[in-house]
Design a protein around this ligand. Sequence first.
Ligand SMILES: Nc1nc2c(c(=O)[nH]1)N(C=O)[C@@H](CNc1ccc(C(=O)N[C@@H](CCC(=O)O)C(=O)O)cc1)CN2
Ligand SMILES: Nc1ncnc2c1ncn2[C@@H]1O[C@H](COP(=O)(O)OP(=O)(O)OP(=O)(O)O)[C@@H](O)[C@H]1O
Length: 207
Amino acid sequence: MSAPNGRSRPDKRELRARLLTARRARGAPERERAGSAVRETLLELPWLAQGATVACYYSVGGEPDTRALVHALWKRGTHVILPVFLPDGSLDWAVFDGPDSLAPAGRGLVEPVGHRHGPRALEHADAVVCPALAVDRQGNRMGRGAGCYDRALAHKGPRTPAIAVVHDEEFVGELPTEPHDRPVDAVVTPSGGLHVFGPGAAVWSGG
Ligand SMILES: Nc1nc2c(c(=O)[nH]1)N(C=O)[C@@H](CNc1ccc(C(=O)N[C@@H](CCC(=O)O)C(=O)O)cc1)CN2
Ligand SMILES: Nc1ncnc2c1ncn2[C@@H]1O[C@H](COP(=O)(O)OP(=O)(O)OP(=O)(O)O)[C@@H](O)[C@H]1O
């Protein structure tokens, strides 16, 4: 259950703080290595290769680097949409159209500055690459605690995969969950590559 004040449960809060501390300790070379490994995995996925529109995130801080992935997708002609964090904790979406289409935003984020297509833009995405602080073996995802992706993923189509990207150590055995949490369909880690969850595994892994 959610805490009465609408914020995350204490066990989630502590875990989130630990994960963020560990991310801050990662040096630039490690972040870049992780970023290029996940980029290679993601660029080869049929979901992304065949998708006309891909929702991604533009990494900041200790997140696995997705900036080169965003550029590579855009260069090969994919329509890439990126989140814009709204004050009410929901996400809007705008198109990535090269480096000039981005600018520093609040909360340490870098966001697209172009026309915003509204929260329902996710309905048209063929794949959603989501940020996460951790993912567990059941596909439960933990984010930064604003609930934005839990709400945003409700807009995607049922056949559109949500793929989280985390560092190796952040793919864990079990995470605390709440009823509103939306699991992801797959996770990509730098050393482990792609891991698909649940009944979608056979279909989405091509088996
Ligand atoms: N790269 C990236 N973009 C993303 C997300 C993300 O996790 N990563 N989001 C995923 O949901 C959304 C933004 N969600 C956020 C939720 C909370 C805070 C936050 O609490 N920030 C700290 C300050 C961080 C800093 O300045 O370095 C704060 O405001 O106290 C930031 C973003 C949309 N865009
Ligand atoms: N679908 C939803 N509808 C309404 N409120 C929600 C929903 N999902 C999450 N929330 C709110 O957001 C708070 C934070 O949720 P949670 O701790 O699960 O975030 P998170 O999954 O870590 O973050 P994010 O989704 O932003 O990456 C919850 O306590 C709840 O109040």
